[in-house]
Structure formats: structure tokens, C-alpha cells
Design a protein around this ligand. Structure first.
Ligand code: IMP
Ligand code: MG
Length: 183
């Protein structure tokens, strides 16, 4: 087990647990997309770690491309206003697009992205979310086809997820101590 970072109050999913979860997602996706040659779209920056693992557990032919979006916000909460920072290099008309996302919170970022990709006449647009935040009384704006794990309504970091660009390198998913972002 990895040494816990001093800014992390609790490890929710260990590196080994994450590997298991992502492997299973890849197996399901491989079966569903066996003859579809999907384009896996990683939403930078957070999803790059998940996408790298997911790709390696997908056994059918597939390609990958990257998009970077920034949602105007204060770093802890998403605002739903999305700006494309880096667009795809791949033409997606007629392609089966699978968006790989690190965490689904309000889902506002993703619902915007999905609409945009659908408007380019993709054959299908689905979402593989490594994690979904369970917020009591709230449902995300997007219903992902594939979900890795559910996390409580707390700010989590690691496995690609950041706070102010840090902690993406932690191999586990942990809860950030609130005092780190409250001052
Ligand atoms: P949404 O638009 O509210 O679904 O926010 C999605 C984006 O907000 C994610 O792609 C993350 O970049 C960020 N985000 C939301 N919750 C967390 C969290 O707990 N830790 C780190 N990033 C988060
Ligand atoms: Mg993100």
C-alpha cells in the first residue's frame, strides 16, 4: 500500500482496487465495441491516467484522441461554462465515440461536450466515467454508460484528479483534507 500523502485524510480506493475496477470496465467495453472501432476521447487533464489504464484493458481495435476543456470556476466547483482549450485532431463523423472522464460531479462539463460531439455526426457518443460523485438529492446531468466507482460528496484527489493541479500523481483515490482548500 502506498504511503498516504499528508494532505489526504483518507484513501477511498487503493491502487490495486482501482486496477481491478478499470480492468473490468475495459472487458465490458471490449465486448460492447468488439466490431465498432471506437474512438476513446480522453478529457484532459484529469482523465489521462484513467484513459491510459483503460486503453490497455480494451482488447478490440480502437484509437485515442485528446480534448482539453476548462470550466470557469474556482477550482473546487464546476460552473458549467465550458471552453474548448484543445480540440480533437480526429474527424468523428460516423465514429463511435467513447468519452473517458475522470469524475462526474454535476455532469455539466460532460453534457456540454456530448452535445458538441453529437453535433459533429458521430455514430454514437457514450461516457466511461472512472468515478461518479454521489450527491444526496442530486442527479448528474449525464448518465454514463460505464461507471467505475462511486465516491461520496467530498473533494477527492489522485489517479489523475487534482486540486490546483497537484495530487494527480497519487496512485490511489483519496479525500483531500478540507483545510487544504478552505484557506
Ligand atoms: P462537473 O462538470 O461538475 O461534472 O465537474 C467535472 C469536473 O470537475 C471534473 O472533470 C474534475 O475536473 C472536476 N471535479 C469535480 N469534482 C472533483 C473532485 O472531487 N476532485 C477533483 N476534481 C473534481
Ligand atoms: Mg476534469
Amino acid at each position: 500500500m502506498a504511503e498516504m500523502h499528508p494532505d489526504v485524510q483518507e484513501i477511498l480506493f487503493s491502487q490495486d482496487e482501482i486496477q481491478e475496477v478499470v480492468k473490468r470496465m475495459g472487458e465490458t467495453i471490449s465486448a460492447d465495441y468488439a466490431d465498432k472501432n471506437p474512438l476513446v476521447v480522453a478529457v484532459l487533464r484529469g482523465a489521462f491516467v484513467f484513459t491510459a489504464d483503460l486503453m490497455r484493458s480494451i482488447t478490440c481495435p480502437c484509437t485515442v484522441d485528446f480534448m482539453a476543456v476548462s470550466s470557469y470556476g474556482d477550482g473546487v466547483k464546476s460552473s458549467g461554462v465550458v471552453r474548448i482549450v484543445k480540440d480533437l485532431d480526429t474527424k468523428i463523423e460516423g465514429r463511435h465515440v467513447l468519452i473517458a472522464e475522470d469524475i462526474l460531479d454535476s455532469g455539466l462539463t460532460l453534457s456540454y461536450l456530448i452535445k458538441m460531439l453529437e453535433s459533429r455526426n458521430a455514430a454514437s457518443v457514450e461516457v466511461a466515467a472512472f468515478s461518479v460523485k454521489d450527491i444526496p438529492g442530486k442527479r448528474p446531468a449525464v448518465n454514463p454508460r460505464y461507471v467505475g466507482i462511486h465516491v461520496p460528496d467530498e473533494f477527492v484527489v489522485g489517479y489523475g484528479l487534482d486540486y490546483a493541479e497537484h495530487y494527480r500523481n497519487l496512485p490511489y483515490l483519496g479525500v483531500l483534507k478540507p483545510e487544504v482548500y478552505e484557506n
